[in-house]
Design a protein around this ligand. Structure first.
Ligand code: CTP
Ligand code: CA
Length: 230
C-alpha cells in the first residue's frame, strides 16, 4: 500500500480496465445479473491514474461513481463488453479484466414481457455461452502487452490457490487476481482480500484491506512485472 507521497511508476502507461457486472436481458424489463459493484475496478482506475497512467474504464452497471480524469465507456451485456474490449485493447499496454462477465445469455431475448404461464410452477430458460473475453485477449495480445484476469471464487481457502492456478493456465493471462467471495464477502463490500498469481502459478503477493489499498498491491505487481519492464 502507498503511504504519504504517491509514486509515479505507471507514468505514460495506457491501462484498460473493465469493471462492474454485465446484464443479460430476458425481455424488455428483466435481466440476469450478478452482485459486482465495480468498486474494485473503480479503485484500480483511480490509483492507476494517480500513479501516472492514462486510464480507460469499460464499465457495466457500476454502483459507484467512476473517478474524474479517466475515459469512461459504458456497456451493459457481455456482448457489448466483448466488442469494446476487442476494439480498444490493441491500443493499451495493460488490460485488467476486473468485470464480472456473464458466462451465459438468453438463447432468444423476448421482444415482449414474458408472461407467467400456467405450467405447474416452473419456468425453463435456454441459455447459450458467451465468448470468453479474457481467454481470447490472452491468445491474441502482443508480446509487450500485459493481461490481468480476476477470479472470484467461493471455494474454501485450501482449495482456492489450486483452483486459481488451474484457471490461470486455462485463461492464459499474465497475472490472475484471486479473491474469495461469498454472500457477504467481496462483491459490493468496502474491503477485499486477494492473492496475486503469476503465469506459472507462483504467488506474487497477497493483500487484505480497503479496495483502494488492494488496488495499490495489484498495481505494484503490474508495475514490477517483467512484461511491463520489457
Ligand atoms: N471473463 C471474460 N469473459 C467471460 C467470462 C469471464 O473475460 N465470458 C473474465 C473475467 O472478467 C475475469 C476472468 O475471466 O477476469 C475470470 O472469470 P471467472 O468467471 O472467474 O472465470 P470462468 O472461466 O468464467 O470460470 P467460472 O466457471 O468459475 O465462472
Ligand atoms: Ca464465469
Amino acid at each position: 500500500a502507498v503511504s504519504g507521497e504517491t509514486k509515479h511508476d505507471l507514468l505514460g502507461k495506457r491501462i484498460l480496465i473493465t469493471g462492474g457486472g454485465t446484464r443479460e436481458p430476458l425481455d424488455p424489463v428483466r435481466f440476469i445479473g450478478n452482485r459486482s459493484s465495480g468498486k474494485q475496478a473503480v479503485a484500480l482506475a483511480q490509483r492507476a491514474m494517480q500513479r501516472g497512467a492514462e486510464v480507460t474504464l469499460i464499465a457495466a452497471h457500476l454502483e459507484v461513481e467512476p473517478p474524474a480524469g479517466i475515459s469512461l465507456v459504458s456497456v451493459s451485456t457481455a456482448a457489448d463488453m466483448h466488442s469494446e474490449v476487442k476494439t480498444l485493447a490493441p491500443g493499451f499496454d495493460i488490460v485488467i479484466m476486473a468485470a464480472a462477465v456473464s458466462d451465459y445469455r438468453m438463447d432468444t431475448v423476448s421482444g415482449s414481457k414474458l408472461k407467467k404461464a400456467d405450467n405447474g410452477g416452473e419456468l425453463h430458460l435456454t441459455l447459450v455461452e458467451n465468448p470468453d473475453i479474457l481467454k481470447e485477449l490472452s491468445s491474441s495480445k502482443s508480446a509487450q502487452q500485459l493481461v490481468v484476469g480476476f477470479a472470484a471464487e467461493t471455494a474454501t481457502e485450501d482449495e482456492l490457490i489450486r483452483i486459481g492456478q488451474e484457471k490461470l493456465a486455462r485463461k492464459g493471462c499474465d497475472l490472475l487476481i484471486l479473491n474469495q467471495v461469498g454472500w457477504d464477502q467481496g462483491f459490493g463490500t468496502e474491503s477485499n482480500t486477494v492473492t496475486v498469481l503469476a503465469a506459472g502459478g507462483d504467488i506474487l503477493n497477497t493483500a487484505t484491506g480497503s479496495k483502494m489499498s488492494v488496488a495499490d498491491t495489484i498495481l505494484d505487481c503490474i508495475a514490477t512485472s517483467p512484461f511491463h519492464n520489457a
